[in-house]
Design a protein around this ligand. Structure first.
Ligand SMILES: [Zn+2]
Length: 181
């Protein structure tokens, strides 16, 4: 395996330890898993920054809206969700862990938003962006999700420098009431 593939595989294993059991983190070359309420999260390391991050805070990472697919029509519950986290080169250098934890919080909000919409786990409604109407991208809902993901990571890996980075990132959003940057 090339060095870059080993790195990607290590990052995927790292993230899978943090996320809830029905979230499946995988590489771009893998097939999404299908089980009730599965949420597949591709980690993509594009070579260049093609677009600025939608929420405008940093160009380090970006989470795409969650899409739901009815992969086995007629079979109840076998709907899969798919999204992608882009991890840009600058984040690989400066801190991919903090970047991914931040983007996972956007995905948690999108997941919550889709569950609130009700039918989303059974049909193709969506996509869900992780941005709640009437709230800034990093508003209260995002901050609660971010805190939860940070705690999950801290339980597994301890209070590391990237955990502290995430905590100060979160504090910054609280002070700015979720406004960006
Ligand atoms: Zn963000």
């Amino acid at each position: 395996m090339a060095d870059v593939e080993i790195f990607e595989q290590e990052v995927i294993e790292f993230v899978n330890e943090i996320v809830p059991a029905n979230w499946n983190v995988l590489s771009m070359s893998e097939e999404p898993k299908s089980f009730p309420a599965a949420l597949n999260i591709y980690l993509w390391f594009p070579g260049g920054i093609e677009e600025l991050e939608e929420c405008g805070d940093t160009p380090m990472g970006e989470a795409e809206p969650i899409r739901y697919y009815n992969c086995m029509p007629g079979s109840k519950g076998m709907t899969i969700g798919i999204t992608t986290i882009r991890v840009y080169p600058i984040a690989v250098i400066l801190g991919w862990a903090a970047t991914i934890i931040h983007e996972l919080a956007h995905i948690a909000v999108a997941r919550w938003e889709s569950c609130k919409a009700g039918k989303s786990l059974r049909d193709k409604s969506g996509p869900y962006s992780g941005i709640i109407n009437q709230e800034p991208a990093h508003g209260g809902t995002f901050q609660r999700a971010y805190r939860t993901i940070i705690h999950r990571a801290e339980r597994v890996y301890g209070t590391t420098p990237y955990i502290n980075l995430c905590k100060s990132d979160l504090e910054g959003y609280k002070e700015r009431q979720g406004g960006t940057p």
